[in-house]
Design a protein around this ligand. Structure first.
Ligand code: KG4
Ligand code: ZN
Length: 334
């Protein structure tokens, strides 16, 4: 049977549309919103307006690239949450209207599950069960993935997400938004052993990333008192050292989770999974621990509609549809 699904992603600042045909992504269009750069962070109201402008061109291009007409669709999927409410509403309203007009099923997709299923877009694909460290803009989670649609949250951050630590620390060093990718770039030229920062920890498989940010602030203040150009002189080593610390904090818990569950299939997902330091360190760790690892290609780490389409495909096979009155959910448990 031919199954063709259009998926829409609009949870934050990327407007995305993708077509999946019989489990294969045949088009994937993402438009990033440049408007937020000058504000040093995402402005929700501006994100909604940009989605409103982008959604029709992005969907039109996704259909064209896949050589598909609207009439050939079997279902329309959208990101239900978590995310910014105004941003989610744009994707939800569009998807509902299209499903209503075409009289085809509507599929509501959980954004964090979609990040995890990005691991199924390319080969090699994980086998179940596997553990996933999901590190996105707002979340840092450890998930036990039992099946495409059955996932258990086994650990998460108690305060800031890993990404927020990256971004806030970058800001303390005067780097422009978004700071995380910039720290990652500069770190490649620095010495990760030059500065030591106190990695904080919390019980069980949970994370805490707020203490390290404060420790970094005091460390900078102290050094800048002595030398006002401390950051400029040591930028690469600072980036390398803090990146290594943050990665060690995250991977420590991943290792603990692997031991506790006795699972050696390990994946990562989310925007921070694009971090070169994290990808490299995970690859080394996999050799030490005997893990099989799965890392999505860069385009499928940050927000995209292909991962929503992949999740929608498995929901379609499971008959997991929603009615047209469904609401977007800014917060949504896994
Ligand atoms: O998963 P994602 O696209 O959006 C959410 O679901 O929130 O994650 C976006 C985040 C951004 O904050 C971005 O700065 C971060 O992922 N990011 C990175 C890197 N590339 C993207 N953080 C650290 N290092 C990177 N190389
Ligand atoms: Zn995301």
């Amino acid at each position: 049977m031919d199954i063709v699904i259009l998926a829409i992603e609009s949870s934050c600042d990327e407007t995305g549309a993708a077509i999946i045909r019989n489990g294969k992504i045949v088009s994937n269009i993402v438009t990033t919103q440049a408007v937020h750069k000058r504000y040093g962070g995402i402005v929700p109201e501006l994100a909604s307006r940009a989605h409103q402008q982008n959604i029709i061109p992005v969907v039109t291009k996704a259909l064209q690239d896949a050589n598909i007409t609207k009439r050939m669709l079997h279902a329309v999927a959208f990101t239900q949450g978590p995310g910014l409410l105004g941003a989610l509403l744009v994707g939800a309203s569009f998807a509902k209207s299209l499903a209503f007009a075409l009289d085809i099923p509507l599929i509501a997709v959980h954004h964090m599950k979609a990040h995890i299923l990005a691991n199924f877009i390319n080969n090699p694909k994980p086998t179940f069960p596997f553990l996933c460290l999901t590190v996105s803009g707002g979340h840092t989670q450890l998930v036990l993935v039992k099946d495409y649609l059955t996932m258990e949250l086994i650990g998460e951050t108690q305060d800031d997400a890993m990404e927020e630590a990256f971004d806030k620390i970058a800001k303390l060093m005067g780097l422009p938004y978004p700071g995380g990718p910039r720290i990652d770039r500069y770190a490649q030229h620095g010495n990760p052993h030059r500065f030591a920062f106190p990695a904080t920890t919390v019980p069980h498989l949970n994370f805490s990333f707020s203490g390290i940010k404060t420790a970094f602030l005091y460390f900078l203040r102290e050094n800048q008192k002595r030398d006002p150009s401390f950051v400029e002189k040591n930028l690469y080593d600072l980036c390398a050292s803090i990146r290594a610390t943050l990665i060690a904090m995250a991977l420590d818990k991943l290792r603990k989770a692997a031991k506790q569950t006795n699972i050696q299939n390990i994946a990562i997902a989310g925007g921070v999974a694009a971090n070169a330091g994290l990808r490299n360190r995970l690859t080394q760790l996999a050799q030490e621990e005997g893990w099989r690892i799965f890392i999505p290609s860069l385009a499928y780490c940050t927000d995209n509609a292909a991962m929503v389409a992949m999740t929608a495909y498995y929901q379609y096979l499971a008959g997991n549809f929603c009615n047209l009155c469904v609401s977007p959910m800014p917060r949504m448990p896994l």
